[in-house]
Design a protein around this ligand. Structure first.
Ligand SMILES: *Cc1c(COP(=O)(O)O)cnc(C)c1O
Length: 489
């Protein structure tokens, strides 16, 4: 039986309130100390103060109706314009700010669907072809908008396999997707070839520059060779770039760009018969927080090209140092040479998830990945200062894993770990019962979480996996009985 939390009868004293909030934080990852290799982009106190000040100045304003707040309208248009020029957009390129990469991608896919209704009227069930390495926001978009997702294989360099795409393009195809770079491996799909395919077949092409869009052009300016992925390629029709990642804006800031206004009109939503009046909305959200828009404008102007070149140049140096030191450690290696500061490591000889377990115990937060089993790094400004400390722990972790060498493989990430812990114990034991014959010995199954992931991963039926995750989500987002302040999930 679950006991639900009620609104307290009496008001809470301000000081108690904020103390309580700090107590809730005790098990959160220590991102300020460079312990998080995902989720948080921290550029230091000065940048953080600037975005907070800007955010607070427009804390209450609402970008739902831009004519009520010319300030926000101007911020948004200037941000879109700065980002568009940064990505080689000409005079015709237009766009909007959204709440994040997911919303930008949802918009691009929805736009493609509406474009196809007009331009490919014979298509009944539209299809989108995307590399399996593309972000799950695309799967979500297909799920929401009734589009058939056609996954494309990767080549041996973890880039999308063009030959596979060619065999999958048919009369129902409306949209191709490429990433610059993709999140799991940090490599850039062959966007130039995708652009040619899109033109030849009268298709739209979305380039996901959510993580790389603000980095790659600066790396190019710093002298690194970067393949084309922007609007200077004729076939690129939309591009997404997150500002709340490497642009160091406050969370809730991304940009979706389109080749021209005509295409963007398919993004908008209008209804004219509501008693409340004519209603037009550019993106998914209704009320749009002014703070996120203002903070993005502020940080872009504060840093400018000069600031970003310095910041991104430093991150590139940190990344090079990480790569060099990874290569010095036996038994681990890069999955593939990355295009920027997003990368993953694997092992052919030890259990890479044991390595991650040890790192986790020592307070580092890295996500586990599948295909291949690997652990993922997003390297940011915060990591320049912790290189020695991290590599000492990584070296230890590899040695410990070498000794254990359970050779079990599985899926592990902070998120999945949380899911697993939140699954009803009955279910976990059922999984163990079902899977124990297949994987591992009695010994390997005692004690640590690690072997359990092996069992989880060995469940081949996707419907079973889906059901498990759905149940875990149910449990995660429920009030727990006897929830203690500061308790981790
Ligand atoms: C982060 C990311 C996204 C999704 O962005 P959110 O802001 O988390 O919604 C999409 N694509 C790539 C490549 C990303 O790294």
């Amino acid at each position: 039986m679950k006991s639900k939390k009620h609104l307290s009868k009496l008001s809470m004293d301000k000081s108690i309130l904020f103390d309580k909030m700090d107590e809730y934080k005790v098990h959160d990852i220590r991102w300020k100390e460079g312990r998080a290799f995902s989720l948080v982009f921290y550029g230091g106190e000065e940048l953080s103060d600037i975005t907070k000040t800007a955010y607070n100045k427009f804390f209450t304003e609402n970008a739902l109706n831009p004519s009520a707040f010319p300030s926000l309208k101007n911020f948004e248009n200037e941000v879109v314009s700065m980002v568009s020029n940064h990505l080689k957009g000409g005079d015709d390129v237009v766009g909007n700010m959204t709440s994040g990469g997911t919303e930008s991608i949802l918009m691009a896919v929805k736009t493609a669907r509406e474009w196809a209704k007009k331009n490919k009227p014979d298509v009944k069930i539209p299809e989108m072809i995307m590399p399996i390495s593309a972000h799950p926001a695309f799967n979500k978009a297909c799920h929401y908008f009734g589009i058939k997702l056609v996954p494309a294989k990767l080549d041996s360099n973890y880039r999308v396999d063009l030959e596979d795409i060619k065999t999958k393009i048919n009369a129902n195809t409306i949209l191709l997707v490429g990433s610059a770079p993709n999140y799991p491996y940090g490599v850039i799909d062959p966007i130039k070839n995708l652009s040619e395919l899109a033109i030849e077949n009268n298709l739209l092409l979305h380039v996901d520059g959510c993580v790389g869009g603000f980095v790659l052009p600066f790396l190019e300016k710093l002298g690194k060779s970067v393949p084309k992925f922007c609007f200077d390629l004729e076939g690129v029709t939309s591009l997404s770039v997150d500002l709340h990642k490497y642009a160091y804006a406050a969370k809730g800031a991304s940009v979706i760009l389109y080749k021209n206004k005509e295409l963007r009109r398919h993004q908008f939503f209008v209804t004219t018969d509501w008693p409340g009046g004519l209603y037009g909305s550019p993106t998914v959200l209704g009320t749009r927080p002014g703070g996120a828009i203002a903070a993005a404008w502020a940080i872009l102007n504060f840093l400018g090209e000069e600031g970003y070149l310095k910041l991104i140049g430093e991150i590139e140096e940190t990344t090079k140092e990480f790569i060099k030191r990874i290569k010095e450690i036996d038994d681990i290696k890069l999955v593939v040479e990355p295009a920027m500061s997003v990368l993953s490591i694997k092992s052919d000889t030890i259990d890479i998830f044991e390595v991650n377990d040890v790192l986790q115990q020592r307070g580092w937060h890295l996500d586990g990945q599948q295909s291949p089993d690997s652990i993922h790094f997003t390297i940011t400004h915060a990591h320049g200062a912790i290189i020695d400390e991290f590599f000492k722990d990584l070296q230890d972790a590899v040695e410990i894993a070498r000794k254990l060498n359970t050779k079990l493989s599985g899926i592990k990430s902070g998120f999945q770990k949380t899911l697993l812990k939140s699954m009803p114990s009955k279910m976990v034991s059922k999984i163990i019962d079902k899977e124990s014959q297949k994987v591992g010995t009695e010994d390997e199954r005692t004690g640590k979480m690690a072997p359990m992931y092996g069992m989880m991963a060995s469940i081949k039926n996707n419907e079973d996996k889906e059901m498990m995750v759905l149940n875990a989500l149910d449990n995660l987002f429920s009030a727990k009985k006897n929830f203690k302040v500061g308790e981790s999930l």
